[in-house]
Each structure stands twice: as structure tokens, then as C-alpha cells.
Design a protein around this ligand. Sequence first.
Ligand SMILES: C[S@@+](CC[C@H](N)C(=O)[O-])C[C@H]1O[C@@H](n2cnc3c(N)ncnc32)[C@H](O)[C@@H]1O
Length: 208
Amino acid sequence: MRVRVHQHVNPLSPYYRFVPKQIEIEEVFANPDLPLLLDIGSARGRFLLKMAEVEPQWNFLGVEIREPLVVEANRLAKEKNLTNLHYEFCNASFALDELLANLPANLLQTVTIQFPDPWYKRKHAKRRMVTGDLVETIVKHLKVAGKVFIQTDVDFLAEEMFVVFRENANLSEIEITEKFFPVKTERENAVEEKGLPVYRRIFEKSNG
Ligand SMILES: C[S@@+](CC[C@H](N)C(=O)[O-])C[C@H]1O[C@@H](n2cnc3c(N)ncnc32)[C@H](O)[C@@H]1O
């Protein structure tokens, strides 16, 4: 059964301005020493569910603002006995730093932001996920040489996001030379089936 949820929620509403308990990775992963991939805006979590199956030597953490999707995704991970997969209910724009506060250094190797909600109208622009503050939080927790993979099908949002990432002095844009992941997200599949373009970039943490 597919869990029914609101299509979008407003990350600025007081309800979503909460600070989650910081994640204790030894409690959520069987082997907490594995390299970690964080997917921000994991939605129903299907991308990570498949990634966790094909890449058992990695841990996968999904962060999502719509709580029912998180509950259902964790249920599916448990049903499949995937001990390298976990999802957290968190407003990444508001409290990602607090969620990751206890993360051991040099563990976070990859971060993905895939097809974030564009919030098309100018009056809703403040609800968009990628801001300088979010990028700073990502850089703070990412290990050196760790990578951030971003993709969207919305051209103006792509440019807006890429600029914010380029403005961070600790990140360098690197060329995408090959298919980055063996798995596509739900939104990626839907966009590609329609033959629409996808804009992708990878940034690498160079220092700091
Ligand atoms: C268009 S969906 C894309 C889902 C998935 N990444 C994919 O590519 O299929 C964007 C997701 O980001 C989530 N999201 C939006 N703002 C968020 C925020 N501030 N913190 C966490 N998740 C957020 C939305 O609830 C939604 O599930």
C-alpha cells in the first residue's frame, strides 16, 4: 500500500521548525564504520532502498520532512533486513546540523540532493531547500574529498543551486565522467521517461 501524504509541506511553518534528536549511528547501523551516504529529501526512500541492497559496504541515511514517508521507508528497510539503511524525519533547511551533531568525523563521504521541490513562485522562494547555510552545514560534516551530487529537471532551480554551491570556498566543481550511481531516483525515472533534460553537478570538498 502506498502511504498518502501532502504533496508539499511548507518547511517554514512552525510545525516543521523542530530540532530532532541527534543521530547516533551505532544505534541505527549494524556497522557504523562504513562510509556514509546522506540523501536529503529522500521522499519514499526507494533510491536508498535499492542502493543499500547493491552497495552493502556503505551506510545510507535518508532525511525527509514528510514524517509518514520516513516511517514507511524505515518499515520497508526493516522488512528487507537492511541494516545499512535508515531514514530520519528532519527539516533539513532548519536542523540538519543538529541532526548530524554527533556524527564521527570523516564518515560522511557522499551527499545527494535530487530533484528538490522547486517552489516555482517567487513568493515561495524562501521555501527552497538549497541555501548558503545548508551548503555550509553539508561542508562542515563532509570529509575532505567527499562529494555532493545534485540533480534537478528544473532549469532555473539548477542554476540557482549550482551558484550557491560554487560560492562555497571549500568546494570545487568536478566533471561528471560516468554514471554516478547504479540506481535512479523515482523522480529521475519519471523525468527521463518523458525525455526531459536533467541538470547534474558534482562538487568535491577540497579542504576545510
Ligand atoms: C520532488 S521530491 C524528490 C524525491 C526524491 N529525491 C526523488 O528524486 O525521487 C523532493 C523531496 O524533498 C523533500 N523535502 C523538501 N524540503 C525538505 C526539507 N527542508 N527537508 C527535508 N526534506 C525536504 C520533500 O518532502 C520531497 O519528498
